[in-house]
Write a protein that binds this ligand. Structure first.
Ligand code: SF4
Length: 334
């Protein structure tokens, strides 16, 4: 057992909203329902959401996560993760005879739809996002036209399109309005004929979680963001806390907490990325309580009441009875 030097009492402020968004809830429930309906194994293309704890629990129930469809036996049950997939994956899945359940977040699917519409209108589509992220790869593969990807104003300035080009932009969902504002302004300044999605198409969960972190950053000396290392939105929350002048660390698991971070700290903020279960937040707080005398309060932010309908193939009211008897996954467990 690690020996921790005693410190002064610690005031812990929890950001809100934090943790699971409607798209993540929907994706996890889709896998749980598919397991009940079809039995194990069910295959999931990519981690259903970017969180090791969630995936481990689903793995125990019979989910198998794959990156390459070549690892899926023909005619299997195959679920697409919340991040979405390129058309090439859909085509390969059809060719292999898989029974596909699409858990792509409806907000990601909306980005795909907008990208296709703009391309069909003959516009040059620019995707604001990070190359290599699975959602970005999925979006690029859903728009059957050449799409430019940019992540900064400098990258906008380097694009080769003439000043009279007809441009349309779309954005990676884990970037907020404030993340993309400067890039969008640079696009609109360079190409007057630019269109983009309506504000309401932007992911509410990304925006709300970022605002919640900004709201507590002014009052604390350190912020811990519970979330996986490969979670784009969790890493953004760390960056946002740091940009607000607060020391910040990502905490994938409570065991990753480093007591050295707490030296001299008396006011600590905690929040969580959209794919992190609340159980991880509770365990993080419990670990702190084992080290220091703590008080915990929540800084209430925007109230969220958004829920997405499940994919039609698993959205069966009759399933509710079975789910009541199923062991809960960690979003509900303490
Ligand atoms: Fe959907 Fe937004 Fe959640 Fe991503 S963060 S899964 S886009 S609701």
């Amino acid at each position: 057992m690690q020996s921790i030097p005693p410190g002064p009492p610690l005031r812990v402020v929890l950001g809100s909203p934090r943790g699971f968004c409607a798209g993540v809830e929907r994706a996890i429930e889709t896998v749980e329902r598919a397991l009940i309906m079809h039995g194990a194994p069910v295959y999931v293309r990519h981690e259903i959401v970017h969180n090791a704890r969630v995936c481990a629990e689903l793995r125990e129930k019979g989910a198998i996560f794959v990156e390459d469809l070549a690892d899926v036996p023909p005619r299997s049950v195959l679920i697409y993760s919340a991040h979405g997939v390129p058309i090439s994956v859909e085509t390969a899945a059809d060719a292999a005879g898989h029974r596909v359940i699409d858990a792509t977040c409806p907000l990601v699917a909306k980005v795909h739809k907008n990208g296709r519409r703009y391309a069909a209108e003959g516009r040059q589509v620019i995707l604001i996002g990070h190359r290599g992220h699975v959602e970005v790869e999925g979006t690029l593969g859903q728009v059957e036209a050449e799409v430019a990807t940019v992540a900064s104003v400098a990258e906008v300035e380097a694009l080769p399109f003439p000043c009279d080009a007809r441009i349309a932009y779309i954005t990676q969902t884990t970037l907020s309005v404030s993340d993309t504002r400067a890039v969008i302004e640079a696009i609109a300044a360079r190409w007057p004929d630019t269109v983009g999605p309506e504000t309401r198409d932007i992911c509410y969960a990304t925006q709300n979680r970022q605002e919640a972190v900004r709201a507590i950053a002014a009052d604390v000396e350190l912020i811990l963001i519970v979330g996986a290392r490969n979670s784009s939105n969790s890493n953004r929350l760390v960056e946002i806390a740091a940009a607000a002048g607060c020391a910040a660390h990502l905490v994938p698991e409570p065991g990753d907490l480093d007591p050295a971070w707490l030296e001299g700290v008396t006011r600590l903020g905690i929040s969580a990325g959209a794919s992190a279960p609340e159980s991880l937040v509770r365990e993080t707080v419990a670990r702190l309580a084992a080290w220091r005398e703590i008080t915990v309060e929540t800084r209430e932010g925007v109230r969220e009441d958004i829920a997405f309908r499940l994919p039609r193939t698993v959205d069966d009211a009759a399933m509710d009875t079975h789910l009541c008897n199923a062991p809960p996954i960690s979003r509900a467990a303490g």
